[in-house]
Design a protein around this ligand. Structure first.
Ligand code: 5AD
Ligand code: FES
Length: 338
């Protein structure tokens, strides 16, 4: 069966069949596709979570505006540069600036930070992950030198999107942002949570079909994990098995995509990230944020690595990657499709 042409119903059946226990056939097919294009290299990106202020109120998220228990922080431009300096010392060539939708960081500030990083580290890629903005804003970031942009679509099903977000947030707008980013020449990352409330296998099939249409350079997927101060505090987390199934299916759907084995996956299972590599993932994104604020960027509970120094994380990750039979690649790790 060719995954590139099968329909929603057939995809749904494959998901149903594998969701409790992804077949070795599925996982090994995903691995061989990954190996064909990327070999056994795992790319590493340095993640800088520079603000946990957010104007949105996504029901699943621990740093939503309505969570009065969140301890809020913003890094200064100097602190962000120090994170990059540390990343550079550790050998990173990609910096990912991620934050809530925080009006304090105007386009001018974001552009200033991006161009400062690019002029100090011209060979490094800068990725932004700061939410839905206008075309003009995206264009300004691109002109300032940003190379990549991550914006998970969260779910491609409109009804499902509405059950995960307040009514002012629209799936249509999010999808449009992704197409605009692509048009502006960004390497674009979409993605979704696995096992989020109300999600069905059919909706996951729709996610794959949307990805097939968008053809993003990167896809971020990880299990939903409840946060105690979110609307979904009492919900079950997504499972390891279903997440691995979806990683493998994304790999088969988009053979050349860059596919992180996420921190959320490492949170629900102590070997989650390694199992992710074995399902076709080929990226990890260790944290470069100062240890003092790590715990405050809590999208979900029990997040791993919040107490570790960046250097320690890199060492730990290198060990994990090598023990799992892979090689850590600290290059820029550009998409093969640009
Ligand atoms: N569990 C897992 N992932 C989450 N995200 C937000 N909240 C949670 C949660 N509770 C994901 C969203 C978002 C990304 C930055 O983190 O998919 O796009
Ligand atoms: Fe962070 Fe292991 S990856 S401590």
């Amino acid at each position: 069966m060719d995954i590139h042409s099968i329909n929603k119903q057939e995809l749904t059946e494959i998901i149903e069949k594998n969701k409790l226990n992804p077949s070795e056939e599925l996982l090994s097919a995903a691995r061989s596709v990954r190996n064909k294009y990327y070999g056994n290299r795992i790319f590493v990106r340095g993640l800088i979570e520079f603000t946990n202020y957010c104007k949105n109120n996504c029901f699943y998220c621990g740093i939503r505006a309505g969570n009065k228990n969140a301890r809020r922080y913003r890094l200064t431009e100097e602190e962000i540069m120090q994170c990059c300096d540390e990343g550079n010392r550790l050998g990173f060539n990609t910096f990912v600036l991620q934050g809530g939708e925080d009006g304090y960081f105007t386009d001018e500030k974001i552009c200033g930070i991006v161009s400062r990083i690019k002029s100090k580290y011209p060979d490094c890629a800068v990725t932004l992950s700061i939410g839905e903005k206008t075309r003009e804003s995206y264009k300004a970031y691109r002109d300032a030198g940003a190379d990549r942009y991550l914006l998970r679509h969260e779910t491609a099903n409109n009804g499902h999107y509405k059950r995960l977000h307040p009514k002012e947030m629209l799936l249509e707008n999010r999808k449009q942002c992704l197409y605009t980013l692509r048009e502006l020449g960004f390497q674009v990352g979409a993605g979704f949570m696995v096992g989020s409330p109300y999600q069905t296998s059919e909706m996951l099939a729709e996610d794959l079909i949307f990805l097939r249409e968008l053809q993003p350079h990167m896809v971020g997927i990880g299990p939903f994990i409840p946060h105690c101060d979110s609307i979904f505090a009492d919900r079950q987390a997504g499972t390891l098995q279903l997440t691995l199934t979806m990683l493998a299916l994304v790999r088969l759907t988009l053979p050349k995509t860059l596919l992180p084995s996420t921190t959320a996956l490492g949170t629900i299972d102590p070997e989650g990230r390694e199992k992710g590599f074995d399902a076709g993932a080929n990226v990890v994104m260790p944290n470069l944020s100062p240890t003092s604020v790590r715990g405050d960027y809590a999208l979900y509970n029990d997040k791993i690595c919040t107490g570790d120094e960046s250097a320690q994380c890199v060492k730990c990750l290198r060990g994990r990657i090598e023990r799992a039979g892979y090689v850590m690649d600290m290059g820029r790790g550009d998409s093969l499709t640009i």
